[in-house]
Design a protein around this ligand. Sequence first.
Ligand code: GLA
Length: 516
Amino acid sequence: MLTYSKTLRRGVSFQLAALTTLLIASGLGCSGNSSDAPGGGGGSKGGSTGTSGAVNAPGGTSAGGALGGLTTTGGASTSAGASNSNGGAGTSGATSGGSPGASGSATTAGAGGSAGGVAGGAGGAGGAGGTGSTLNGPPMGWASWNSFASKIDLKLIKAQADAMVSSGLKAAGYQYVNIDEGWWQGARDASGNITVDTTTQWPGGMQAAADYIHSLGLKAGIYTDAGKAGCGFYYPTAGTPAEPNSGAEGHYDADFLQFEKWGFDFVKVDWCGGSAEGISAKTAYQGISDSIKKATTATGHTMVFSVCNWGGSNPWDWAPAMSTMWRTSGDIIYYGNTADITHVLSNFDTAQHPTAQSPGHYNDPDMLIVGMPNFTLAQNRTHFAMWAISGAPLLAGNKLDSMSADVKGVLTNSEVIAIDQDPLAKQGAKVSDTGGLQVYNKVLSGTGRRAVLLLNRSTSTAMLTVKFADLGLGASASVRDIWAASDLGMKMTSYAASVPSNDSLLLLVTDPAAAQ
Ligand code: GLA
C-alpha cells in the first residue's frame, strides 16, 4: 500500500510535468485535477476560520496603504506611495488620508502613510489599522520546505526569522515564519501528546520557537498531515525519516489544541497519509476545521488553516467554507530538484478558480521559489507577478539570510505586493491568448484600476497587446510599467509592448472614467 501510494504521487507529478510541457508548447494552459482520494460526504458548512482577517486589524488597512503607490491617474505621484511602504511616511497618511493608528508598528504606519500620500481616504483606513499588524490580504511570509526540506531546527528557524526582519521583508508585509515538514518525527508520550527532541533540535520545545518568532513581531506557522502518517514517512528527505504515526489522524482535537497552546498562528495540513489511506479529503479537512474552531474557542487564539491536498477532490469547491487557503496543485519544486519555470507556469494555470476566491479565502499555487538557485531576475519577476495577479498567498521559500539585492527587490516591491493584497481579492483572469501570447486582467479596488500581466509563453520575442475594452475600460487609459516604476502616459484603445520569450510585463492600467 505504501509503495503504491509513493509511486502514485511521484507518477502524478511526472505526468503533470510532461503534460504541462506539451500544453505550454501548444500555448494552452493546463487544468484538471491530480488523482487523489475522491471527494466524499460530510463537509457541512463550517464557519470560516478566516483567521487571516481575524488576526489582523480589520478594514483592509495596510493593503490600502500599499495601494497608494498604484492609485494614479496621471502618473504624477505614484512612486511616492511605492517608496513609502517601509515606514516613516505615516504622517502623510495622517494629513491626507485620516488618522494613523496610534498603536501601529512602523510598518503599519508607513503603509498607511503611503496610502494617504496618494490615495487620500484610503490612507485613513491604513492608519486605522494600527494594531501592530501589517497587510490584510492573502497570507504573506516564509516557509522552510523549499530550501531546507525536513532538515530544520530552532537555530535555522531563528536565523530565517531574523533575516525576515533585517532584510526588510517584514517591513514589506511578510509576517508568517512557517515550520514545514521535519519538525516532528511522530513520537507521542503515553497520553498521546506530541513529543519532540528538546535536546538538540528544539531546545525549549515548540513553544520556544513560536515565542522567538513572536518576539520579532512576526507570526508562527506549523505543519501536520491529515492522515495517520505524514509525508516524512512516505518520502523521507534530508534529516531523520519520520515514524509511521507522524500524522494527526485520531488526534485532531488534541493536536490542533496543542498547536494553539504553543502559540502557533498558522497550520498547514498535508495529505500524504490521507492519500495513502484513500480517505475523503473533504471529510477529513472538515474534521480538522472543526477541531481548530474548538481549539480557538478554548484558547481564544486563532490559526490560519492551510489545506494542502494538492488540488485533489476539487478543494476550491469546499475548502473556501473551512479554510483560508487551499493548494491547487502538486509541489512547485520537489526535493533535490532545481527551480524550474515549467512548474511555476503549470501551478499558475491549475490555480485558476476565480469564483472560489474572496477576501480571506485564496487559491494557493504553492510556496514561492523566487530567489532559489538557477532562477534569473526575469524569471523571479515573472513568477512573483503571476502570484500577485492571482491574489495568491506569498510564502517565500528561498534562503532569506543569503538572498541577493535583486531577489530582495523582487520580494519587497510594494506595488506588486499591493496588487496581490488588493482588498477585492480577485484572481486575475486570462482575457486573451494568441499562440501563447497571454494577457491577464485583475480588477483592483477603486475605479477603473486593473493590474495586467502580458505573458509571453511563445519561443521568441513578440509584441503583446492589451485592449482596454478587454479590461472593461473605456477608450483611453493611463499605463504604468510596474517593475520599471515608470508611467508610460495616456494611451488610446490599447497598449502594445515587446516581451522576450518566457518573460512578462506587469502593468497598472487606469481609466478613472470607467464604471468599476
Ligand atoms: C508535500 C507538500 C509540500 C511539503 C512536503 C513536505 O509534498 O505539498 O509543500 O509540505 O509535502 O513533505
